[in-house]
Ligand binder design. Structure first.
Ligand SMILES: NC(=O)c1ccc[n+]([C@@H]2O[C@H](COP(=O)([O-])OP(=O)(O)OC[C@H]3O[C@@H](n4cnc5c(N)ncnc54)[C@H](OP(=O)(O)O)[C@@H]3O)[C@@H](O)[C@H]2O)c1
Length: 327
């Protein structure tokens, strides 16, 4: 099978198409023929080693000191079950599924084996492979952060970076949980952010959201330019700042801000739980969450897809298609 691998950190040119043996599922595993996957901001970070300020050494320890320990990127997929292990009863050959491998990666391949009881679920019938592949990266991140941030119906939520993968999931899921949502993005994306459910939108080139007259209960920062020093005053008492992207100093200061300010700062990697994938499938089937797709590239054009993601201004997700992927 064809697999996209990389052996050293750098520009998209470090990526190569290689041939590897097709994996064989263990007793508790599914073999999935991948029909679509994504190039996420995590793939960009792990390929380029562009990691948030202060995480240099920790990043290398986690990803690989001299070169990547995991040579195949990609954290989400959609595809067909090609084979099942002897002990698998929950899926059968031919099922259409989507999955989130998270930090386990390995989705930029024609086939992938995954535990049947892991973060894999039947694909909602109203989604294409492209949409299903893009459900999990932003969706699971925001389900986890909203759970930790105890988001409640009726609260005022601000999403900074509302047009990206995580931001567009945050807007839709906050709306689903009954919040009043304000999205911050550039002028070109105001209409998109409104169309996915934001009640109000702010163009960051024209206004500074921290000067809003009404304070927010929850601020979600997916951009990394709204740390507590800037966002704290825009939060009401008891408010929560969800730093999806935080520098190491911000991460370390979070408990102190929480202890001393009457507000809560939450940062760090989102937990990866299989139930998030099932929940996202249910929300998508009910029309409550539809991933935003910027553009699709064929598998063979993975380098071009990475180049596009490297620019840092994608709208939702960049999807990679394999074979004829329309569901
Ligand atoms: N903590 C975790 O577990 C976790 C999980 C997933 C992702 N992340 C991190 O979260 C970050 C966002 O991920 P993503 O996948 O959503 O990235 P993305 O899809 O590339 O989105 C980034 C968005 O930021 C917007 N943006 C850029 N400059 C801005 C500014 N000054 N003000 C407001 N918006 C601005 C861009 O919109 P415009 O084009 O409109 O400028 C773009 O849509 C990444 O750094 C990623 O590493 C963390």
């Amino acid at each position: 099978m064809k697999v996209i691998t990389y052996q050293r950190y750098g520009s998209p040119d470090v990526l190569e198409i290689t041939e590897q043996p097709r994996p064989t599922p263990g007793d508790d595993e599914l073999l999935i023929r991948v029909r679509a996957t994504t190039v996420s901001s995590a793939d960009w970070r792990m390929r380029s080693l562009e990691i948030p300020r202060g995480f240099g050494l920790l990043g290398r320890l986690a990803i690989g000191i001299r070169g990547p320990r995991k040579s195949v990127l990609g954290s989400e997929l959609a595809g067909d079950v090609e084979a099942v292990g002897r002990a698998v009863t929950s899926f059968k050959v031919g099922d259409q599924v989507f999955a989130f491998t998270g930090a386990g990666l390995g989705c930029h391949a024609e086939y992938k084996c995954l535990p049947a009881n892991g973060a894999v679920a039947l694909m909602p019938s109203n989604l294409s492979f492209e949409q299903a592949a893009a459900l999990s990266f932003g969706g699971a991140t925001m389900l986890d952060y909203f759970r930790r941030g105890k988001l409640r119906s009726g609260e005022r939520v601000l999403v900074n970076g509302a047009s990206g993968t995580v931001g567009s999931a945050a807007v839709q899921l906050a709306r689903h949980f009954g919040a009043h949502v304000t999205g911050v993005c550039s002028a070109a994306n105001l209409e998109l952010v409104r169309s996915i459910g934001a009640d109000e939108v702010i163009d960051y080139t024209q206004s500074d959201f921290t000067q809003s007259k009404m304070p927010f209960d929850v601020i979600v920062d997916t951009v990394g330019n709204a740390p507590f020093a800037r966002s704290g005053p825009a939060l009401c008492r008891g408010g929560r700042l969800l730093l999806i992207l935080a520098s190491l100093p911000e991460l370390l200061k979070a408990p102190w801000h929480t202890l001393t300010s009457g507000k809560t700062v939450i940062a760090g990697p989102a937990a990866e739980r299989p139930e998030y994938v099932r929940q996202l499938g249910e929300l998508a089937a009910a029309g409550r969450f539809t991933p935003v797709i910027d553009r699709c590239y064929p598998f063979e054009n993975m380098v071009d897809a990475h180049r596009y993601v490297d620019r840092g201004h994608k709208r939702g997700s960049v999807v990679i298609t394999l074979g004829s992927s329309g569901a």
